[in-house]
Structure formats: C-alpha cells, structure tokens
Design a binder for this molecule. Structure first.
Ligand code: CAA
Length: 240
C-alpha cells in the first residue's frame, strides 16, 4: 500500500517539487501551507495532491493537523519538514520579532511536527523523517544569524532524533540545499545574488526537482540504513 507522506510548506518551491516527486514515486503526499490560500488552491487543482492549512509554529495546530490528516488518509509514515522562512538582517539591526519568527517556523516547527508524528511511527515501527536544512546552516551567512541558527539547529536535532529512533525502524535525515531557484532566493537583492551565483562551481542555481529527488531517495524503503546523515546539495558552493 502507498505510504502517506506529509510535506510541510508543500505547495511552493522545494516543497511543491517534493510533493510532486513523492506522488510520482508512488507515495500519497499531503501538502501543508500556512498563508497563501490562492496558491494552495491552484497547487491542489493542478496536481490533485490534498492540501491542509496550519502554522507549524504551533504545537497544538500540528497535533490537530496530523490527527485530521491521519483520520482522512491513514498513518503518516513519511514526514518532510520543509516549511521555512527568512527575515534577513544583520544582527545589529535584527529585531526580536525577526529572530523568533524564523526560529519558530524553521526549528520549533520541526520539533512540533516530529513530536506530532513520532509516537505513531514508534508504535508502527516504521518512519522516514527528512528535515530540510540549508547551506547557510552549515557555512553561516551574512545577514542570517536567525536563519543559520535555525538551520544548524535542525542538523543537531535530527542527529539526536536519529539516535533515539533507530531501534524503531525510523530514520531521520537532513538535506542541506544551496541556493535554489525559488521565491525565497528571488528575494535576495539582485547584485548580492549575482555574486553568490558566481561562487557556485556548477555555475547556476539549483532546481527544486533536484532537491526533491534526494528527499524521495531518503524517504524510500531502501534508505533504511541511512540515518542521522546530512546530504549536501549545493552545486559545490560549500563542501562539508
Ligand atoms: N559579506 C561581507 N560583507 C557584506 C556582505 C557579505 N556577504 N554582504 C554585504 N556586505 C557589506 C556591504 O558591502 C556593506 O558594506 P559597506 O557598509 O562598506 O558598504 C555592509 O556589509 C552592509 O551591507 P548591506 O548594505 O547589504 O546591509 P543591509 O542592512 O542593507 O542589508 C542584508 C543586509 C539584508 C542582510 C543584505 O545584505 C542581504 O539581503 N543579504 C543576503 C542574505 C542572503 O544571502 N540571504 C539568503 C536568502 S535565501 C536562503 O536563505 C535560502 C537558502 O537556504 C540558501
């Protein structure tokens, strides 16, 4: 039977590509989103993939959302924590709101979602969790103390959960994309982005489908011996 795969932030960018790639690989994806109703409706109509709306920054919302998805579709065997935001500013200009907003969605969201599915996965002795970090959590980035902290945090979180979950058939891995052709990256001021692209050995931005491909790989049955790993996908810009 096809496994249910929940993708947070699953209607746009890397998340949308992941939802679609999971469907093509025989999973039954469900995509979540937080704000953009029009984009969610268009994504659902175009792909036939069910969409659900909640804020991953709220544990209560995650628990209710997971319960509703499981009631409608069945147990969630695959979780892709992709939902992420930026609020770039140098630290001396960063507000507490910018800090908390980014940490709440990117890192606390990862906790909230994992916490909401982990008991079911443990009971069923199977799970695949893939958390989306970033090159900037590995290398640091000017103007991203908040984002880099959240994305580095995801790596430590995932290694720890991988250790706790290995005996229960649950793998926990990370993909760390570099600069990918998405709306998030399009917000980087053009001259800064041009300099960044100059520094990518492959010579271009990544494609969302290239990240999705790795996530589907880690979600597969045969990836059961890979856990606690971080797969770096950045065109050679930062070598780990
Ligand atoms: N390294 C060193 N110095 C830098 C620098 C860098 N990367 N970027 C800017 N500076 C310098 C500037 O040249 C400038 O120097 P001067 O004062 O001598 O002219 C000084 O730092 C101030 O820079 P800004 O004028 O840019 O400062 P600002 O406050 O207007 O803007 C910023 C700061 C919003 C962080 C802006 O620099 C910016 O948007 N940077 C891009 C950050 C980025 O790459 N974000 C990635 C988003 S996409 C993503 O996160 C997805 C993913 O996972 C990869």
């Amino acid at each position: 039977m096809s496994r249910i795969a929940l993708v947070t932030g699953g209607i746009e960018g890397i998340g949308a590509a992941t939802s679609e790639a999971l469907a093509a690989a025989g999973f039954r994806p469900v995509a979540t989103y937080a704000h953009n109703d029009a984009a969610a409706e268009a994504f659902g109509a175009r792909t036939g993939i069910p969409v659900r709306k909640w804020d991953v920054g709220s544990l209560e919302a995650c628990q209710a959302g997971v319960a509703a998805v499981e009631a409608d579709f069945g147990p969630i065997d695959v979780l892709v924590n992709n939902a992420g935001v930026t609020a770039d500013a140098t630290l001396h200009k960063m507000t507490a709101e910018q800090w908390h907003r980014v940490l709440s969605t990117n890192l606390t969201g990862c906790f909230n979602m994992c916490r909401s599915v982990i008991e079911g996965m443990r009971a069923r002795n199977f799970g695949r969790i893939v958390n989306v970090s970033s090159i900037n959590g590995q290398s640091g980035q000017f103007g991203q103390t908040n984002y880099a902290a959240s994305k580095a945090g995801i790596i430590g979180f995932s290694k720890s959960l991988a250790l706790e979950s290995a005996s229960r058939g649950i793998t926990v891995n990370v993909v760390a994309p570099g600069y990918v052709d998405t709306a998030m990256v399009a917000h980087v001021p053009a001259p800064i982005l041009a300099k960044i692209v100059e520094g990518i050995p492959v010579g271009r931005l990544g494609r969302p489908a290239e990240i999705a491909h790795a996530i589907v790989f880690l979600a597969g049955e045969m990836a059961g011996y890979i856990t606690g790993s971080t797969l770096t996908i950045n065109g050679g810009r930062y070598l780990t």
